[in-house]
Design a protein around this ligand. Structure first.
Ligand code: GTP
Length: 357
């Protein structure tokens, strides 16, 4: 158990790729499988035995403390450190330094859903006497990410940008173990990127950077497609989480939702509080935020329907995001990563494939 380790979670990003959802909530506070995404991450940290979690906040900073408070409900002590101006990932870590007391610090990007064994990552850090240890995950398509090659001893050799021909399938998973003194060496009071500045700088200076490589479940929840798939994996138990508010299964149905018995709801769908789903509707691998309405024979697949938004009778919403309180008129067809902004009302019978409205 990691009782002598503290955790820092970076939650200050604006989440621009998730707009319009992140206009009304910070990315880590968006509901995934019925609770703020961050609750899943904190429960994993807590399960590993870490008792103190410091959040580095900036965008919509107050919403974190309003929801999680002292952390008592999650069984840990939570502290919140606000950046006056966004300091980036490295600057965010530096900014919380004076609030840390442990010699070994686990640092997380606040938008990653991951099943790795945190104790094993810290063990690698200690065994290799590293300055920083990075969790590296093996992925099928490393071309979409920066790659981090390591040698036979697990020593990090390089940080490579995205390339068509990556030399390794190991990517930076957004979870690190820092020796406390390394955090103190990050420049203070200005934006710093840990990936682009701190890590390459440490490597050039001869520091020991270790990689802890595994094939754990891993997903960066930064885009609508990833958010929807990650949430469905949580609901179905593919991505295990102690914070799931119900048993794993095809659908998670929260209080007050009304689903017509002739509707199909499957594929890891979350049905939010007070949602209504009409007769013959088909809802698959979707996130229906609180108060959303899906009409008769409507189809919603791999999409987010915002709070209080409506998908009217016979409409199709595929791979799309419908903002809070927006309405998709009857028999409309939306596909191809469409994003409908909050409060927009689409008239019936429209067919749209991007751009956004
Ligand atoms: P996009 O705008 O969609 O790229 O999202 P983002 O702003 O969250 O950026 P990104 O996904 O690259 O951020 C990775 C992690 O670092 C997320 O958990 C962010 O919340 C966090 N982060 C990014 N920028 C900052 C910052 O300036 N301060 C702090 N404290 N955290 C940040």
């Amino acid at each position: 158990m990691l009782h002598d380790v503290e955790a820092v979670v970076l939650v200050g990003g604006k989440g621009t790729r998730l707009r319009p959802l992140t206009l009304s909530a910070a990315k880590p506070m968006l509901p995934a499988a019925g609770v703020p995404f961050l609750a899943h991450l904190i429960s994993r940290i807590r399960q590993a035995g870490v008792r103190r979690v410091v959040l580095g906040t900036s965008y919509m900073a107050e919403t974190f403390s309003e929801h999680f408070g002292s952390g008592a409900e999650l069984g840990c002590e939570m502290e919140y450190v606000v950046e006056d101006q966004p300091l980036g990932t490295g600057g965010g870590i530096r900014n919380v330094a004076k609030h840390l007391t442990a010699e070994t610090v686990l640092v997380f990007n606040g938008d990653v859903l991951c099943g790795t064994d945190l104790t094993a990552v810290v063990d690698t850090h200690r065994r290799t006497e590293a300055d920083v240890t990075l969790h590296l995950v093996r992925v099928l398509n490393p071309r979409a990410f920066g790659c981090v090659p390591t040698d036979a001893d697990g020593r990090v050799l390089d940080f490579l940008e995205k390339t068509e021909d990556p030399p390794t399938d190991q990517i930076n998973a957004g979870c690190y173990v820092f020796r406390r003194s390394v955090i103190d060496s990050i420049p203070e009071g200005r934006p710093v990127s840990v990936e682009r500045e701190t890590f390459p700088g440490l490597l050039a200076a001869g520091a020991r950077l270790s990689g802890h490589v595994d094939n754990a479940y891993w997903r960066d929840m930064g885009t609508p497609a990833d958010l929807v798939h990650g949430s469905a994996d949580l609901v179905r138990g593919i991505a295990p989480s102690a914070a799931l508010p119900g048993p794993a299964g095809e659908a998670l149905v929260l209080e007050g939702a009304e689903i017509d018995p002739t509707a199909f709801v499957l594929g890891g769908t979350t049905v939010g509080r007070g949602v209504r789903i009409g007769p013959g509707a088909r809802v698959e691998g979707a996130m229906l935020f609180d108060g959303a309405v899906v009409g008769e024979k409507a189809v919603v697949r791999h999409s987010v329907i915002g709070a209080g938004a409506r998908v009217d009778d016979g409409a199709w919403v595929i791979d799309s995001v419908i903002g809070d309180r927006a309405a998709v008129g009857a028999h409309c067809e939306l596909r191809g990563g469409m994003r409908v902004w909050p409060d927009v009302q689409l008239p019936p019978h429209g067919v749209r494939f991007s751009p956004d409205v």
